[in-house]
Design a protein around this ligand. Structure first.
Ligand code: SF4
Ligand code: SF4
Length: 333
């Protein structure tokens, strides 16, 4: 079995988002509209109580409000769900450019119930650069919301993805993060921006997003050297060792966000595995309340995925965990 229990949960509250980051799974880079599979749906508080009744919650020690397709803060009942789950530790990732400051202040009060709970506000640059990738977001609004959240007692990190257009601002951003009271400044490079990417805006105009310089690779090695230095011969599942499952916005249970993301694509071996079985067996909203632990331990799709590891399949597992290689790597804190 992949899981022997559930201790940690990566929770995707919704597939909605106010932003249009061109390289996000939910965004069509030709015109920046949402992909056709986006349903603009979400988990309600009632859904969460069905999936995680108190007796299940008692056993869980960490929630991550993040996901593949949406921003948790846009979910209608995000605040109520956080309240229900607290004081369990919650880590949340958000673009932060939505809702009013009083909402963030109240969320800060909820997050203050656990000293380890934290929000990562995604701020990829400063006033003049942040929106170049985080399209439809506003730097100043995010800063105001983060300040309100911290005033409510919540801890916040400033998370900065490095691009060619913002790498000259790293030091200034870090300085401001300290002045504003952010707990940590986290610098990241995404594999998605390891080469020049193009997108077209809604008027059809083409834009390019440039990667950062090699200064921001781990250990200052080149990307190729880094990959070649990894052991490619084992599948070292990131989630099995800490019993961390992924719950999607529609109630589907997946082993991890990488598998979840690949199920939205077509023609991959993971699709073949899922198609071999009844996927309703993984939908927590179509199964009895509190059955998540049993399903994670015993579901035949999960069994089949693990069974394939000896062949370095499915390709998702080989790509993500077969090389001990993260698609998003933290550079420094
Ligand atoms: S803020 Fe997050 S979910 Fe929204 S478009 Fe950007 S990367 Fe995707
Ligand atoms: S991609 Fe496969 S091996 Fe890696 S964390 Fe997910 S389930 Fe585990």
């Amino acid at each position: 079995m992949i899981f022997t229990d559930i201790k940690r949960v990566h929770l995707e509250l919704t597939d909605k988002c106010n932003a249009a980051c061109p390289m996000c799974m939910r965004t069509n880079a030709s015109g920046l509209k949402p992909q056709s599979f986006i349903k603009n749906s979400e988990l309600t508080l009632q859904n969460i109580k069905h999936i995680f009744p108190k007796k299940v919650l008692e056993n869980i020690n960490h929630f991550s409000f993040c996901g593949v397709l949406g921003d948790p803060a846009i979910a209608t009942e995000c605040l109520e769900i956080a309240e229900y789950i607290s004081p369990i530790q919650i880590e949340m990732d958000t673009n932060g450019s939505l809702r009013k400051t009083d909402w963030w202040y109240n969320l800060g009060k909820i997050f203050s119930k656990n000293k380890k709970s934290v929000i990562n506000f995604h701020l990829d640059g400063l006033e003049d650069t942040h929106h170049l990738y985080r399209i439809k977001t506003n730097f100043n609004k995010i800063i105001k919301n983060a300040q309100a959240f911290m005033k409510g007692g919540g801890k916040a990190n400033w998370e900065f993805i490095v691009f060619g257009h913002n790498e000259h601002q790293i030091d200034e951003a870090e300085k401001r993060s300290k002045e504003l009271g952010f707990k940590s400044f986290i610098l990241k490079r995404s594999k998605r921006n390891d080469k020049i990417r193009s997108y077209t805006d809604k008027e059809g105009k083409e834009h390019k997003i440039y990667p950062p310089s090699n200064n921001y690779l781990p250990n200052k090695k080149t990307e190729k050297e880094y990959l070649n230095s990894q052991d490619k011969k084992i599948i070292d599942c990131k989630v099995s060792k800490n019993n961390r499952v992924y719950v999607q916005y529609d109630g589907m249970l997946h082993p991890c966000c990488y598998i979840a993301a690949d199920t939205w694509k077509t023609g991959l071996d993971i699709n073949l595995i899922y198609n071999m079985y009844d996927t309703n067996t993984l939908n927590l909203l179509k199964n009895p309340s509190g059955s998540i632990v049993d399903i994670a331990k015993n579901n035949e799709i999960f069994m089949e995925i693990k069974n394939e590891w000896k062949n370095f399949n499915p390709s998702t597992c080989d790509r993500v965990c077969g090389k001990k290689y993260n698609s998003v790597r933290e550079i420094r804190k």
